[in-house]
Design a protein. Structure first.
Length: 368
């Protein structure tokens, strides 16, 4: 016995009869709006992490200089006969790391990766374009400060006003870079786990904490390798204390972030479940909480001497936790379900779209 057809159906694939012939027998997959996104993964996590570490380390180095916690000049002659101040490289290496990190941004641009101009075409509306401009500004200002400090250390005392203005510009550019790493995700309004006001401050504090730990690690390695870095003891002590305070602040912001995302509707609740008890529970509890916060705080507080290997262990652990934080936040991004469209809109979009294109369920503007 032939099956009874409902009104508006045909025998071909039980499709609605008002579909055009070219769409009959077309298997359209049902879109899922409750699954975590996979477009932004490991490469974007590395990009956000390195940008935050470089900017945070540079900002901490400038603040240390303003507080009078500096390293004595350490003249070193390079193989080419060029004399540089090694202590400047130990403190102001942040722009070099961000410069290498900017290559990941260009790679993420896809087919435009060789067209540098297109990265900044829409700074008024796209945070990706704003981020490109911010990175260029930080690399130029921070790189200039690094070169002057390493090659012309006497310029600081000869032009104190110009030097202070350059430091202020470098600090603002570094903080803008750290903020941008959070604003890039915050601009995705359809993902509640990203579109929250607490995410940029969380990333800024994490950038300062990981930057401080990376700065301490570079100075500790230099001392371990035998470099006579005068003033390193005081610097490591101050940086360790500041890192502990920043990590505690990061823990408070992280708890508040989880609470806010949990109350951001069904998608936000599912994101929190993925983070605390689901797929990302191990990276979060072991990586973010264990390695990123608890272990560095315990090691830094328990370190009896600034030459203790506990500082290096705390730095490596904290850096691993900072990367796990960004990777976890990316992994729990779930899009909100868009509002239902009228049947006439669905039909118009199904007819308009070519074969092999989008699913036909949603217009591009509303699906983004």
């Amino acid at each position: 016995m032939a099956p009874t057809l409902a009104l508006g159906e045909t025998e071909v694939g039980m499709q609605p009869s008002w579909l055009p012939p070219r769409l009959l027998n077309l298997s359209i997959p049902k879109p899922r709006f409750d699954a975590a996104q996979r477009a932004w993964g490991l490469s974007i996590a590395v990009y956000l992490f390195l940008g935050g570490v470089g900017a945070g380390a540079f900002a901490i180095a400038i603040l240390l200089g303003w507080a009078g916690v500096v390293l004595e000049p350490l003249p070193t002659t390079l193989p080419g006969g060029v004399e540089i101040d090694l202590s400047a490289l130990l403190l102001f290496w942040g722009p070099l790391l961000v410069a290498g990190d900017a290559a990941l941004l260009l790679l993420h641009l896809g087919h435009n990766k060789y067209r540098f101009v297109t990265a900044g075409r829409k700074p008024r509306t796209a945070w990706l374009s704003r981020g490109f401009a911010i990175l260029i500004c930080f690399i130029c200002v921070g790189g200039l400060l690094l070169l002057l400090t390493a090659l012309e250390p006497g310029w600081r005392s000869g032009s104190p006003t110009a030097w202070r203005l350059l430091e202020v510009a470098g600090l603002l550019a570094a903080l803008a870079t750290a903020t941008y790493t959070g604003m890039l995700l915050h601009s995705m309004r359809q993902i509640p786990a990203w579109h929250t006001a607490l995410l940029p401050p969380l990333f800024v504090v994490s950038a300062l904490a990981t930057g401080a730990l990376a700065l301490a690690l570079s100075v500790w390695i230099a001392r371990t390798l035998g470099a006579e870095v005068v003033g390193a003891g005081r610097l490591l002590e101050v940086v360790s204390q500041g890192a502990v305070a920043l990590l505690i602040g990061e823990a408070v912001l992280m708890a508040a972030y989880v609470r806010v995302v949990r109350g951001a509707g069904r998608s936000g609740e599912r994101s929190v479940l993925l983070l605390l008890r689901g797929t990302w529970r191990a990276p979060f509890w072991l990586g973010v909480v264990g390695l990123g916060i608890m272990a560095p705080v315990v090691l830094l507080v328990a370190a009896l001497a600034v030459t203790s290997p506990a500082i290096a262990l705390a730095a490596v652990s904290g850096l691993a936790g900072g990367f796990a934080l960004r990777l976890s936040v990316l992994g729990i991004g779930i899009k909100d379900s868009p509002p239902l469209l009228s049947l006439s809109t669905w039909r118009a979009e199904a007819v308009r779209r070519p074969l092999g294109g989008s699913t036909g369920f949603l217009p591009e503007a509303r699906a983004q």
